[in-house]
Design a protein around this ligand. Structure first.
Ligand code: 3HC
Length: 301
């Protein structure tokens, strides 16, 4: 790993030199956890995917298999790579056992601060030397690390859905995260083939803060009948080169999910432009949640 590139000024931190990440424990086997396990296995790591229920793990393995096959069909993954990646992924329902022996633990459980704190406390004890990453998209890294021994090794590793396709890894540096931890997280992200941005632990980091800001403004524009949802989206797709517009993306992510993040940002940043517009509040109350409910700013099959 090229640590010199990861450290401003090119200085190598003593601990990081020669350190490599071979085994990764991924905690939580939902969409994000499964995607993270997949890219780590493709990068040559042994992966232990943990969840509380074996049936969830079976479903995750199935999803990973399908995604790897899609990668093969698209010509991005060789058949041998697919098979090797699948063989590197193991599953388990014992948290301590999954974490012990891991060089890196990446947590991707639901966005519940108390749950994440509890998990980090247990994992920090089970894997005293491991780097501890959290895939939180909105919670404070510093708060998640509060009960962990050696919080200097806790860092945000925010992936994007679908993980095997999206190029970004947002590395979020908590108040107590060390420079060595930051360097390791950055170089590991590069090894996964990601474009890495390093962001200070502030509400919404860089990606959610900007993404939610655009979405709330787009919804206000629908409210004010500036243009149709489709044309507002087309403005960003064809004028700015975004792969999809903010309203369509809100439908895909879920209106309830985006509203919760907007409320959190309005509160923590004390910024009225993050307040969810009345239209969004009404649509969420009416269960027009986007793709998952069949109706959002667009109709979905
Ligand atoms: N494995 C490897 N590569 C794959 C793959 C797979 N399983 N599936 C697709 N790909 C590759 C394709 O080969 C293609 O590569 P190319 O550009 O070099 O040809 C690329 O990925 C796009 O594939 P497709 O053209 O088949 O896919 P679509 O046209 O359906 O686009 C998408 C897919 C780019 C993911 C598009 O749906 C999109 O832009 N979605 C929005 C994604 C987004 O904004 N995500 C962020 C959500 S916010 C978030 O995640 C934050 C979190 O905290 C909630």
């Amino acid at each position: 790993m090229d640590f010199a590139r990861a450290i401003p000024g090119g200085r190598l931190p003593a601990m990081a030199e020669g350190t490599s990440i071979n085994t990764v424990a991924v905690l939580g086997s939902g969409t994000m956890g499964a995607g993270i396990a997949q890219v780590c296995a493709l990068a040559g790591c042994d992966v232990v995917l943990y969840d509380i229920d074996a049936a969830l793990l079976d479903r995750a393995l199935e999803r990973i298999g399908k995604s790897l096959q899609k990668g093969v069909d698209k010509g991005k993954v060789a058949e041998a790579e697919r098979d090797a990646a699948l063989a590197r992924i193991h599953t388990g329902v014992d948290l301590g056992a999954a974490a012990s022996g891991a060089d890196l633990v990446i947590e991707a459980v639901p966005e519940d601060l108390e749950l994440k704190r509890r998990i980090f406390k247990e994992v920090a004890a089970a894997a005293p030397e491991a780097l501890l990453g959290t895939n939180t998209s909105s919670l404070s890294i510093t708060a998640i690390a509060a009960d962990a021994t050696r919080p200097e090794r806790v860092i945000g590793m925010h992936f994007f859905n679908p993980v095997p396709v999206m190029k970004l890894l947002e590395v979020v540096v908590g108040q107590r995260t060390s420079a060595e931890t930051t360097a390791l997280a950055r170089s590991f992200g590069e090894r996964l083939g990601k474009e890495v941005v390093v962001v200070r632990d502030t509400p919404g980091f860089a990606s959610s803060r900007l993404g939610i800001c655009t979405a709330m403004e787009a919804i206000r524009m629908v409210e004010q009948e500036v243009a149709s949802p489709a044309d507002i989206d087309r403005a960003m797709v064809f004028g700015y080169g975004h792969p999809m517009g903010p309203l369509r993306l809100t439908d895909l992510v879920g209106l309830d999910v985006r509203m919760a993040i907007a409320e959190h940002l309005a509160r923590t940043l004390d910024a009225p432009h993050f307040e969810p517009p009345a239209l969004l509040q009404r649509m969420v109350a009416e269960r027009k949640l986007g793709r998952k409910s069949g109706q959002g700013f667009y109709e979905w099959e």
